[in-house]
Design a protein around this ligand. Structure first.
Ligand SMILES: Cc1cc2nc3c(=O)[nH]c(=O)nc-3n(C[C@H](O)[C@H](O)[C@H](O)COP(=O)(O)OP(=O)(O)OC[C@H]3O[C@@H](n4cnc5c(N)ncnc54)[C@H](O)[C@@H]3O)c2cc1C
Length: 420
């Protein structure tokens, strides 16, 4: 059995590691030219995602992941604050559970570790055709082709593989966009960091429906495993930084924000944060322009059949099928869970106790059981941004957010605390 995976994101790389670890022939095609040529800030992996990685990676490999991540003490609570950084609501987290808070680039590099020739970089998928014998011919830009028994689209938001299967795009914009960046925690910036960030990230709401996600990222000082003890696979430790992400309804952003450079995005964020806490604005202004980016958030529409195609020899996982915004901290963990579920089904095919279409059917059915809840939880904070964007909403937020938060379990939603 030969499995061709499109996309070396978190889902595609985990699937490749799991299948190859089980002796199944699998290759990943990624359009990026290098593993580190990607964006992203910090991903949160819940206990279940950690279990999956522990199961499918060699012990020394998993150990390097732990050594590259901040552990659960960096996320012992999630806070909701106002724009003056006054704590409105907090939700404690289990500081003993194994969770990872890891930079997206280190995670991608570590998940790619050891794949060698099975990872084909600079290889952009363009389409496939089914052959009479049941195999597939998969095509790539430049005219190259590859034969497969199973094609898996792990090609993220805007997936070509999933759109071809569904006959339509599998996600849509949610009407809220963001600007994110990293501010290096130099000695003059550290004292400005709001004290409420010490036990974990926060989401602050301000006038006009503007939200600001804030998180300290310092894996070097808070990792669970000593990086010096990693002999087999070298850990990747990022420099300490404040990670921030502005959220606002699309109509808030003037002109064409996608075309702005890093310095202009930081200036725009500072303008949109007029009236916010002065230290926070100083931190935002000190961000590294090379890390600033604009994101339009997408999600699979509510109550959509995630896989509206008969199970066969082509399927898709992760954001390709169930795109969700990063506001729940669940997208990467859900893609990793998908990879695990599909890999376990394919191991039965390897053992002769299942077939590829049966494995795909069982995978798609199980994914439909947990992924929609993760999407719902991730989208909910964005509906709050939209609601608070009205003058009435701003007033209500100031007066009643703590009560609203506990009444609607907002804090839990924002933290992405609950496993789907
Ligand atoms: C640049 C970037 C930055 C991100 N930053 C963050 C962040 O800071 N925080 C956060 O919570 N989430 C972030 N995300 C989203 C997060 O990585 C995903 O939601 C989550 O990891 C789900 O992973 P996935 O494997 O389904 O998709 P992804 O991780 O998005 O991976 C999809 C991969 O498919 C590749 N691909 C797409 N089309 C093709 C094609 N035609 N041929 C070959 N390869 C293709 C893409 O280049 C990408 O590497 C980011 C995603 C991207 C792409």
């Amino acid at each position: 059995m030969r499995v061709v995976i499109i996309g070396a994101g978190m889902g595609g790389l985990t699937l490749a590691q799991a299948l190859r670890g089980a002796g199944i022939d699998a290759v990943v095609h990624e359009r990026d030219q290098a593993v580190e040529s990607t964006g992203g800030y910090r991903l949160h992996l819940d206990e279940r995602a950690c279990q999956v990685l522990r199961r499918h990676l060699a012990p020394g490999h998993y150990q390097a992941l732990l050594a590259s991540s901040a552990g659960p003490t960096a996320f012992s609570r999630f806070a909701v604050a106002d724009h003056r950084m006054r704590l409105l609501f907090q939700e404690p987290r289990d500081a003993r559970s194994e969770t990872l808070m890891i930079g997206r680039i280190p995670l991608r590099r570590l998940l790619a570790h050891g794949l060698g020739q099975a990872l084909r970089l600079g290889s952009e998928y363009t389409g496939y055709r089914a052959n009479p014998g049941g195999t597939l011919t998969v095509s790539f830009a430049g005219g190259r082709t590859e034969e497969a028994d199973l094609l898996v689209g792990a090609d993220g938001v805007g997936s070509r593989v999933a759109a071809a299967l569904a006959g339509r795009p599998t996600s849509a914009p949610v009407g809220v966009s963001g600007i994110a960046a990293r501010t290096p925690l130099t000695s003059d910036m550290r004292p400005l960091v709001p004290a409420l960030l010490a036990p974990g990230p926060a989401l602050a709401f301000g006038p006009g429906g503007t939200g600001l996600f804030l998180s300290l990222h310092d894996p070097g000082s808070r990792s669970m495993v000593d990086p010096a003890a990693c002999a087999e696979v070298a850990p990747i430790i990022e420099e300490p930084a404040l990670i921030w992400g502005l959220l606002a309804p699309d109509r808030t952003f003037p002109g064409r924000p996608r075309e702005l450079g890093g310095a202009e995005l930081i200036r725009l964020t500072d303008r949109l944060l007029g009236g916010w806490s002065t230290p926070v604005r100083t931190l935002v202004r000190a961000a590294d322009p090379a890390t600033a980016a604009f994101f339009g958030f997408h999600a699979v529409p509510a109550d959509t059949d995630l896989t509206p195609w008969p199970a066969g020899t082509v399927t898709a996982l992760g954001d390709a099928v169930h795109a969700m915004p990063p506001t729940g901290g669940m997208a990467a963990a859900t893609a990793i869970r998908d990879a695990d579920v599909l890999a376990r089904e394919l191991i039965q095919v390897r053992d002769g106790t299942s077939t590829i279409p049966l494995a795909v059917h069982r995978f798609q059915t199980r994914m439909a059981g947990y992924a929609p809840a993760a999407v719902r939880l991730s989208v909910r904070p964005l509906s709050w941004v939209n609601r608070l964007a009205t003058p009435l909403g701003t007033q209500a937020a100031r007066l009643a957010l703590p009560a609203l938060a506990s009444a609607t379990r907002l804090g839990r939603t924002l933290a992405g605390a609950r496993d789907a």
